[in-house]
Design a protein around this ligand. Structure first.
Ligand SMILES: Cc1cc2nc3c(=O)[nH]c(=O)nc-3n(C[C@H](O)[C@H](O)[C@H](O)COP(=O)(O)OP(=O)(O)OC[C@H]3O[C@@H](n4cnc5c(N)ncnc54)[C@H](O)[C@@H]3O)c2cc1C
Length: 384
């Protein structure tokens, strides 16, 4: 009898998992990818799209997925682990033998008047609103993380006629080393931007009024869909699905998780933040452990880490912060055009890694995590 592996979510983690499973050529293994999107969304380029420097941030799924993956357009609304089924919003039911939960994340709740930037819909709204603004109009970007920094820089450099400000409750880009952070701030000021840090943005009423802005772009953190919690699966305080170190859901033997929507429930893994650079290895490893389970083998512990963080500051400026495997900044960094080129290469590589996995299951490799890093050979640099 055949085995069905259902992947929920067609983002970086889900597509990588689908390709590793389908490409394994395992006889009788049917791989189904259920996702609401018609096309793959390159989330890591949404700031480019919103600012108008990229015409389309989507990619045809057919160009990314292994041909044996059955893609279904649909949004899961409930997982029933006891029955091994998933209910879709349109009333259909999907039966699975193995499930990969990879439904990603979206912008955290935003106040009235703000455009939530972290998904295609919000980026499309931002793009339209920015293009329509007259010279001298004000744009406020809220958030101090890299999504906010990249969005603010791309907007300021593309729309030189607009007055762009960045508002962060905490220091801007606090994860970066001091020198890299200073250089990023300098670049943002050179782009004509006002920087406000250390003051939380008041979220009552229309936030455009409190910030004196015509458009407010909200980039203040990611939140995850409530599907896992609604399905009675174990979640952490933020609603992320709780996984063991083999990426299997706690208390479940047939459900795995990957990407932003899942979290390994072990403080050792706290360094694995929500990012594409973590989602791809998690997707690959979740699939690998399903294949091992099919062979009657134990799952292997997830082992991934960081080497570098590439930040775009418009199309011709950027910063690269080199990292230790546990995501801590080292004293090495790059700036300017070289860093911008490096960031562009990494963005292109993400699609190349996914396509490579479609051609050969197991082709994608990634940097090892903190424990293994000291003995591992140098790995290709990833970005988040
Ligand atoms: C502007 C911007 C720039 C970024 N830059 C970088 C960067 O340079 N480097 C980096 O590492 N990270 C970056 N990130 C973060 C990165 O995009 C995310 O961490 C990454 O997309 C997570 O991958 P994922 O597969 O977990 O989720 P996603 O890519 O969000 O994919 C989730 C998928 O699940 C689908 N889905 C949602 N709900 C359901 C449901 N109920 N049923 C079925 N499917 C569902 C979604 O439609 C989507 O297809 C950036 C993010 C933004 C917004």
């Amino acid at each position: 009898m055949g085995t069905t592996a259902v992947i929920l979510g067609g983002g970086y983690a889900g597509v990588m998992a689908a390709n590793r499973l389908a490409g394994s050529g395992r006889p009788g293994l049917d791989v189904v990818l259920a996702t609401p999107d018609q096309r793959f969304v390159e989330r890591i380029r949404l700031h480019e799209y919103a600012a108008g420097t990229r015409p389309d941030p989507t990619v045809d799924f057919d160009s990314l997925l292994h041909p044996a993956v059955h893609r279904m357009t649909g949004r899961a609304v409930r997982i029933l682990p006891a029955e091994r089924t998933v209910q879709l919003a349109d009333g259909r039911t999907l039966a699975y033998d193995y499930l990969v939960y990879a439904v990603g994340s979206a912008a955290a709740a935003a106040p009235d008047g703000a455009v939530r930037m972290e998904q295609l819909q919000g980026a499309t709204a931002a793009r339209g609103q920015l293009a329509a603004l007259p010279a001298g109009a004000r744009v406020a970007v809220v958030g101090g993380g890299l999504t906010a920094v990249e969005t603010a820089a791309e907007t300021a450099r593309t729309h030189g006629r607009l007055r762009v400000s960045l508002h962060s409750a905490e220091p801007i880009a606090p994860r970066l080393g001091t020198q890299t952070r200073r250089s990023v701030e300098k670049s943002l000021r050179r782009a004509g931007m006002e920087l406000h840090s250390g003051t939380p943005v008041r979220a009552d009423g229309d936030v455009r009024t409190s910030l004196g802005a015509d458009v407010v772009l909200w980039c203040a953190g990611f939140a995850v869909p409530g599907l896992a919690a609604a399905s009675g699966l174990p979640v952490n305080d933020g609603g992320r699905l709780c996984l063991d170190s083999t990426l299997r859901v706690l208390g479940q033997d047939r459900i795995y998780g990957a990407g932003d929507a899942g979290v390994i429930d072990d403080p050792f893994y706290d360094y694995l933040r929500m990012c594409c650079a973590a989602a791809l290895p998690m997707g690959a490893d979740a699939a690998g452990n399903i294949l091992r389970s099919l062979d009657g083998e134990a799952g292997v512990r997830h082992d991934s880490g960081f080497r570098g963080l590439c930040i775009s500051l418009g199309r011709s400026d950027g910063a690269v912060q080199f990292l230790t495997a546990d995501d801590s900044p080292t004293r090495f960094h790059l700036h300017g055009r070289t860093a911008a080129v490096q960031k562009e290469i990494i963005c292109r590589m993400t699609l190349r890694w996914i396509r490579g996995e479609a051609k050969r299951s197991g082709a994608y490799t990634w940097p090892t995590g903190p424990q293994a890093a000291t003995t591992a050979a140098p790995a290709p640099m990833t970005r988040s």
